[in-house]
Design a protein around this ligand. Structure first.
Ligand code: AMP
Length: 430
C-alpha cells in the first residue's frame, strides 16, 4: 500500500515509524516531514520514506501530490488540515484518507461546539457558558468568583486558554480575547469553564463512526519547567500508563464519556473516523472533560505508538472502512516515557540551526526510540529547526525503568541551549 503521512512533528514521526513496520506498507511519503522521518525505512523492502516539501495546510498541493503518486491511504496528523477540511477534499476526489472530516473535526476546532455538545448529550464536563458578548461573559465569570478558564473558540496554536484566579484576571482575559481580539477570528466567541482541580490525564479512543476503542491512560506535561512551573507549551513530556485509574475505573470513565458521545454523534449525523482525544480532569466529583481534540496528541502519540502491538496500517484501514469492531487493540505490558528536548527559550523565542550530537549513541540504547520534531538535515549534520526538537522515548518493564532509560538517552544527546524537564513521569512514581 502506498501511504502518505501529513505533518512534521514528533507525532508524525511516530506515525511514520509505526506504519513503516507494517508488511502492508510498500512505499511511503511524508509532507513536509523532518530529518528523522527521512531516515525511516520500510520493513517490507527497506525503501526510504520520502519527505515532500509541501506544507501541511497547503491542501491543493497535497491533493495534487496524492493523485499524481496514486496514494492509497493518506494519514493526517495535525489539527489544522483537519479543521480546513482535508478529509472532505480528498474523499470528494476519490482518495482514501484517515482522520475526521470537517464537521467531525469541530470537536477540536470549535470549543463552543464541543461544550454545547457535551451539555446536550450529558457528557461530564465543567460548568460552563459560551459567549460572544463581553458583558454577559464577565457576569458569568463573576458568578464563578473569577476562578475559571477562559477559552478562545477556535484553534489558537494551543495558546487560547487563559486560566484566571480572580475576577480581575477573568475580566482581563475576556477583554483580551473578545475585545482586543488577541486570537483574531479564533476568539470571536469564548467558552468560560469553572476552574477544576484534580489530576489531569489524557485519554484517546479510535473511532470509525460507529465503534470506539479506548486506549490506556497517559499523562501530558504542559508546563515548560519542572514541578509544572513556567509557561504552557505544546507538551514537553508524556508517559503511559498512569497509575491514577485502574483498568476497571478506566473502563467506567471511558463508558461515561464515550457512550453518550457516540449517541450524540449518531443523533447529529457526525461521522467521526479518527482519534478522539479528551483531556480529562479527575476531580473529587468524578472525571470531567476539559476539552476534546480530534487527533493524536503530541507527545501522546509517541508513547502510545511505542506500546501498540497491532499493525497500524490494518488499524487505520479498519477505521476508514468502518470495521473497527473486528479489531482487538493489543498493548505491550511495558510502560513508555517520552521526554521532549526543546530549543532554549521555548515556548518563547529560540534560535534554530543548532547542531545535534549523540543521536546515534542514544539510538543504540535498549528500548529507546528518538522521535524527531523540529529537526532538519544540513549537509551531513542534523540541526534543530523548531521549538520542540526531539521526543526521546523509551520502553521499560515498568514506569521507573522506562523513565531511567529515557533519561539515559537524553544524557547522550547534546545541542546548544537544549532544555528539557527532569521530572517527566515523576508524579506517577512518588
Ligand atoms: P485545553 O486546551 O482546553 O485542554 O486547556 C489547556 C490546559 O488548561 C489544560 O490542559 C488544563 O491544564 C488547563 N485547563 C483547561 N480548562 C480548565 C479548567 N476548566 N479547569 C482547570 N484547568 C483547566
Amino acid at each position: 500500500m502506498k501511504i502518505f503521512v501529513i505533518g512534521s512533528g514528533g507525532r508524525e514521526h511516530a506515525l511514520v515509524w509505526k506504519l513503516a513496520q507494517s508488511p502492508h506498507a510498500t512505499q511511503m511519503w511524508c509532507a513536509p516531514g523532518n530529518a528523522g522521518i527521512a531516515q525511516e525505512r520500510l520493513a517490507k523492502n527497506s525503501s526510504p520514506v520520502e519527505c515532500v516539501n509541501i506544507g501541511a495546510e497547503d491542501l491543493p498541493k497535497l491533493l495534487a501530490f496524492a493523485q499524481a503518486s496514486k496514494i492509497e491511504l493518506t494519514v493526517v496528523g495535525p489539527d489544522n488540515p483537519l479543521a480546513l477540511g482535508i478529509v472532505d477534499l480528498f474523499q470528494k476526489n476519490g482518495l482514501r484518507v484517515w482522520g475526521p472530516n470537517q464537521k467531525a473535526a469541530q470537536f477540536e476546532s470549535s470549543k463552543t461546539f464541543s461544550q454545547n455538545f457535551m451539555e446536550k448529550y450529558g457528557i461530564p464536563t465543567a460548568r460552563a457558558g459560551t459567549f460572544s458578548d463581553s458583558v454577559a461573559a464577565k457576569k458569568f465569570a463573576a458568578a464563578l468568583g473569577g476562578k475559571c478558564a477562559v477559552k478562545a473558540d477556535g484553534l489558537a496554536l494551543g495558546k487560547g486558554v487563559l486560566i484566571c484566579a480572580n475576577e480581575t484576571e477573568a475580566d482581563r482575559a475576556i477583554d483580551e480575547i473578545l475585545v482586543g481580539k488577541s486570537f483574531g477570528a479564533a476568539g470571536a466567541a469564548i467558552v468560560i469553564q469553572e476552574f477544576l482541580e484534580g489530576m489531569e490525564i489524557s485519554l484517546h479512543a479510535i473511532c470509525d463512526g460507529k465503534t470506539e476503542k479506548l486506549f490506556p491512560t497517559s499523562q501530558d506535561h504542559k508546563r515548560a519547567l519542572d514541578g509544572d512551573k513556567g509557561l504552557n507549551t505544546g507538551g514537553v513530556g508524556n508517559y503511559s500508563p498512569t497509575p491514577f485509574l485502574s483498568e476497571a475505573e478506566l473502563k467506567k470513565v471511558g463508558d461515561a464519556i464515550l457512550n453518550p458521545w457516540l449517541r450524540g454523534c449518531a443523533a447529529e449525523q457526525i461521522d467521526f473516523r479518527g482519534i478522539l482525544f479528551p483531556g480529562v480532569m479527575l476531580t473529587q466529583n468524578g472525571p470531567k472533560i476539559l476539552e476534546f481534540n480530534a487527533r493524536f496528541g503530541d507527545p501522546e502519540a509517541q508513547v502510545y505508538l511505542t506500546r501498540l502491538e497491532n499493525d497500524l496500517v490494518e488499524l487505520l484501514d479498519a477505521c476508514v472502512n468502518g470495521t473497527l469492531d473486528k479489531i482487538e487493540l493489543k498493548w505491550k505490558p511495558e510502560a513508555s516515557v517520552c521526554v521532549v528536548m526543546a530549543s532554549g527559550g521555548y515556548p518563547g523565542s529560540y534560535a534554530k540551526g543548532k547542531i545535534i550530537h549523540g543521536l546515534d549513541d542514544a539510538a543504540k540504547l535498549q528500548g529507546v526510540k528518538v522521535f524527531h520534531a523540529g529537526t532538519a538535515q544540513n549537509g551531513n549534520q542534523i540541526v534543530s529547526n523548531g521549538g520542540r526538537v526531539l521526543g526521546v522515548t523509551a520502553l521499560g518493564k515498568d514506569l521507573k525503568a522506562a523513565q531511567t532509560a529515557a533519561y539515559a538517552a537524553v544524557e547522550k544527546i547534546r545541542f546548544d541551549g537544549a532544555q528539557f524537564r527532569r521530572d517527566i513521569a515523576a508524579k506517577a512514581l512518588c
